[in-house]
Design a protein. Structure first.
Length: 143
């Protein structure tokens, strides 16, 4: 499984930590930036990650910024993206089970790194439930 990941400066440290953590678990990681803790604009990395997920260059994506909202807003402009914000493992589970999020977004300034690992693990390990939830996500894209 190939996972794309991006962050702005606020999520940079967690992004670096998650790359090592997930590579250690056997995932192939593709880093879409940012490449330093210098202040930057989250859309500059969110759009390339969204395009990679839409094209199938990566199977899933992970994005981090301070609150998660800038990343989620930008990613969800792409029709093929369902970016879901999760700040605990229960939401990490539901965002896959019910929403089949193909990008997981986390608020780096409001969670501990241990929480981030737990949320990612839960999201990756949880299957999409389908059924009534498939019908609902089919109605999300703007025609
Ligand atoms: C950066 O200061 C902060 O605005 C950004 O990380 C994010 O929270 C935006 O939604």
């Amino acid at each position: 499984m190939k996972i794309g990941i991006c962050s702005d400066h606020a999520g940079f440290e967690y992004k670096c930590g998650l790359i090592g953590y997930l590579e250690g678990k056997g995932y192939e990681m593709s880093d879409y930036g940012t490449d330093s803790p210098e202040s930057m604009d989250y859309p500059d990395v969110a759009h390339p990650l969204a395009e990679a997920v839409e094209k199938g260059t990566v199977d899933l994506g992970i994005a981090l910024c301070g609150t998660g909202n800038g990343m989620a807003m930008t990613l969800n402009k792409h029709q093929g993206i369902r970016a879901g914000l999760a700040w605990n493992k229960e939401i990490g589970e539901l965002v896959k089970k019910h929403n089949n999020a193909n990008v997981l977004v986390m608020p780096a300034r409001f969670i501990e790194f241990e929480d981030a690992k737990e949320i990612v693990d839960t999201w990756l390990d949880t299957p999409f439930e389908g059924g009534r939830h498939q019908k609902r996500i089919d109605k999300i894209p703007v025609k």
